[in-house]
Design a protein around this ligand. Sequence first.
Ligand code: AP5
Length: 237
Amino acid sequence: MANETARKIGPVILLGPPGAGKGTQAKKIAEHYGIPQISTGDLLREHVGRGTALGLEVKAIMARGELVPDELLFGVVANRLKQADCERGLILDGFPRTAGQAGWLDAFLEREFFEKSERCTPVVIRLDVDYTQLLLRLTGRRSCPTCGRIYNVHFQPPRVDELCDLDGSKLVQRNDDGEEVIRGRLTAYEAQTKPVAGYYQAQSRLVPVNADRSVEEVTGQIFGVIDSHASGGASAG
Ligand code: AP5
């Protein structure tokens, strides 16, 4: 196997509805290739937790399951993408989510990234999951507040009920994982995020992956897509 923590990977964009497994797969990719996971949901929750001006502005929007306005996100994402750990590659988990964000990202990468990197055309992977599965995945999700590991009471339960396998912390449920808010998030996905796939498909950059399989099977296919992209191959549909 090539030394995955030395070669250039470029940006990996994970698209998919709430609960598709973007965060779960982003962590696997980050560990395997040694590139950072950039989750806009996590960045925003951190602002809410710290009570920053941005956090106060977005708290109610997120609690309703609506998308945060584009202009509130661009500064946060730009600052994160400019950090040195992104030079070999990065995983975008939950961004872009609107046509405006996709256009902004292309312009940002062109301006800030391409001249510093030989290979940074993003590979865009969409995780496809049946909607009936999504509800179970979201209502059953628990996560560790200390290390961020994601569990599911139905599909990936911890060894000891409600405790993290790695550090023993008490697992927590996200505020927006109640059924009513989940419905709002799925509606926002249908209306605002689904068209983003069309944007990438029109440029032959979209690779759909059937994510209605075990975590390991999905990870295996994603690694194949990234390896093919990083070695110059293309498998976009
Ligand atoms: P965000 O945090 O990005 O949430 P999301 O997109 O709704 O996605 P989730 O994190 O819920 O799901 P996931 O796909 O990561 O699935 P996971 O791996 O956890 O966004 C939250 C909010 O922030 C938004 O509503 C919005 O307000 C705001 N926001 C964020 N980004 C924004 C943006 N760009 N623009 C505007 N607003 C933005 O898995 C889910 C569960 O399934 C887990 O329990 C897991 O264990 C389980 N699971 C995973 N894979 C499998 C599998 N293969 N088989 C069985 N179970 C599985």
